[in-house]
Write a protein that binds this ligand. Structure first.
Ligand code: SF4
Length: 368
């Protein structure tokens, strides 16, 4: 049995397409296509042998919009093929997109974390964002859940053009009252979020005010857009930020892991669902890109991802992990970034300063 830390499963189906969304998702009404897709996921996982995972993350798209019977059949087959340590099993849901039958299925398979795409509690903002739920749906969906059973993440969006700050703070207030263990707060206008590209017009005051408001309510920012109560960080997402191994199945899903000869490989499945289904069916490779990461690339990405974290990255740990000192070329640029006030380094702990965090994407170019 080979342990890879995380398994990501991509479900590309949504009930409607939000105009701002850059994730690979689309509206599919034909249940035979959805069933075929889930059968293909099982075929894809069979191409790996004897895998064991610490975390599982079902993302999308809107996994909760899928007929619970299809999910039930899928999970039943999946757990005959893989082992899971029970650490963290997340499913993404949208308000109003699921019923009691869905909850029964996720409980049957011990899903212990729910990530809900709330985005706003203001119906006008939800309409502006093109969401197909209203504030009421959020409360109704939460009522369906026994919240003691799950770690709950609520996603919200702020920094939306034309939306007054007080409306954003009303949403924050409503979220905090629900008391989830984790909150992902995405800036609509920041390219890091995956929501809107090409516009780094971050409202710094709002950004700080959101962070302060959450801190006052017991949420610590541990990553650029992620806040949690103590020890409630997303274990699955930490795998990505710590550059640990994961396998992604489904259209557009990425994988990164060591092969037997210790080379680290990364690839991303085709986003085209038809190509994905036909490719897996015919035992063809379905990834649209493939790369082998040499040590320098792994160190570079460890630094870039690590700097997204509030606690930064320990250069000593990187050296131990990759069995080499940090190359001189990186250290030279790190010194320049420190001298410009974008990074700090104490006892080998490299952390982005407030200014550095604001320009993280540009700063990353110096670490390639
Ligand atoms: S934002 Fe979420 S619900 Fe909206 S289209 Fe994208 S994946 Fe679907």
């Amino acid at each position: 049995m080979v342990t890879v830390r995380g398994l990501y499963i991509h479900i590309p189906f949504c009930e409607s397409k939000c105009p701002y969304c850059s994730f690979y998702s689309y509206v599919e009404k034909d249940e035979t296509v959805i069933e075929k897709y889930f059968n293909t996921l099982i075929k894809e996982i069979k191409t790996y042998n004897n895998l064991s995972f610490n975390t599982i993350y079902i993302g999308g798209g809107t996994p909760s919009s899928v007929n619970p019977k299809i999910l039930d059949t899928f999970f039943n087959s999946l757990f005959k093929l893989i082992k899971y340590s029970g650490e963290e099993f997340t499913i993404e849901v949208n308000p109003g997109s699921f019923n009691q039958e869905f909850i029964d299925v996720i409980d049957r398979y011990n899903i212990n974390r729910i990530s809900m795409g709330v985005q706003s509690f203001d119906n006008n903002v939800l309409k502006l964002l093109g969401r197909d739920h209203q504030a009421n749906d959020i409360y109704k969906s939460l009522e369906l859940m026994d919240l003691d059973k799950y770690r709950l993440n609520l996603d919200m969006i702020y920094d939306i053009p034309t939306v007054e700050d007080n409306i954003i703070f009303d949403t924050l207030e409503s979220i905090v009252k629900i008391n989830p263990s984790h909150i992902s707060a995405y800036s609509y206008q920041h390219e890091d979020t995956g929501y809107l590209a090409n516009n780094i017009n971050l409202d710094k005051t709002l950004f700080n005010d959101v962070e302060n408001k959450l801190r006052e309510n017991g949420y610590e920012k541990y990553e650029v857009s992620n806040f949690s109560k103590k020890r409630m960080e997303s274990k699955h997402n930490m795998i990505y930020w710590n550059m640990n191994e994961y396998i992604g199945i489904g259209s557009s899903a990425s994988s990164m892991y060591h092969t037997d000869n210790k080379i680290r490989i990364r690839y991303t499945n085709t986003a085209d669902i038809e190509k994905y289904i036909n490719g897996v069916e015919n035992l063809e490779k379905v990834f649209s890109d493939y790369e082998e990461l040499d040590i320098n690339k792994q160190i570079s990405e460890s630094l870039i991802f690590g700097l997204r974290l509030k606690d930064g990255i320990d250069l000593g740990d990187v050296e131990v992990k990759y069995g080499t000192t940090i190359p001189e070329s990186f250290m030279k640029n790190i010194d320049i970034l420190i001298s410009k006030g974008l990074l700090t380094c104490q006892k080998k702990k490299l952390i982005a300063t407030e200014r550095g965090t604001e320009v993280l994407d540009t700063l990353s170019l110096y670490l390639l």
